[in-house]
Ligand binder design. Sequence first.
Ligand SMILES: *[C@@H]1O[C@H](CO)[C@@H](O)[C@H](O)[C@H]1NC(C)=O
Ligand SMILES: *[C@@H]1O[C@H](CO)[C@@H](O)[C@H](O)[C@H]1NC(C)=O
Length: 308
Amino acid sequence: MVVRAFFCFCLWLLGGVSGVYTDETEMISVMEGDSVTLNTDVTEILRDDLIVWTFRLNSSDTVIAEIYKLIISIYDNKENNERFRDRLQIDEQTGSLTITNINRLHSGHYKVLIKNEDVKQRSFNISVCGILTVPVIIRDTLQNSSSSSGSSRCSLLCSAVNVGHVTLSWYKGNSLLSSISVSDLSISLSLPLEVEYQDKNTYSCVLNNPIRNQTKHLDNISQLCQPNSESNQTSFIVVSLLLLLLLLFTVVVVLIFCRRRKYTQAKQKAQSNEEEVDYTDATFIKHRAPDTEADGRDQTVYSEVALR
Ligand SMILES: *[C@@H]1O[C@H](CO)[C@@H](O)[C@H](O)[C@H]1NC(C)=O
Ligand SMILES: *[C@@H]1O[C@H](CO)[C@@H](O)[C@H](O)[C@H]1NC(C)=O
């Protein structure tokens, strides 16, 4: 099969010399996960007709499918064509190619060679568009903090994930205000908008690719602009107060606990002292100190206090 594909490919190259070619490339955008059909515009394939489909990889065309002698061959298991595994279908009537469950790896240049009475070629450029997420509108706090606090204007920011081939735009009613598009997929898209607090216009932020769009309407400007920051401040104050109260409470509890402990300890000490006094039998042993005999006075030395 590979040998025949190569043979067909050579035929195609030969055909290039004498064939009728359309230089036009059909541009096709497909959503990731969708299917796409590339048409040959042939109504019926005859026994001796040859149809070869190729995909351009690293500037060389590799055969992915062909029909010859009414036999369909699909090359989706070769090393280079792994990306097409179980995704290719050929219409046996027309030779049209359908790619199912498409992903970014399938973006690129496709060609079909049709050899019947004459030789024709058609080209297709498929660009696969990523799934769009709904853009998010937030208050641009960086802008707002730098502007004067008495200002009646409010800075907003619309952001979206960059999935490729997308444009992010601000609309006022139906008219386009601004738009941005970034080719680097690692950079997410964001677009500012400055509005008045009391603005009654309808604004919307739209993320679109060549196929679809996702729209986020700016519903309530005053809600987004004003109370948010106030409630933020309020909640900050409330949280701070609560923390302070908790700290105070802890300090008071610790103090009380320490005092109680001290008090109990003192009390216990006092009690044990009393006990000593109450229950101690002291035995006093009288000594007569021999060196003080001369004094004639009795000196009593109390010693050896034995506690029971
Ligand atoms: C087809 O797409 C490739 C990239 O996928 C691009 O380089 C090429 O210029 C496109 N061809 C046309 C005719 O637009
Ligand atoms: C978004 O898509 C809808 C159809 O899905 C279309 O009616 C509308 O005009 C589009 N909006 C923009 C701004 O492209």
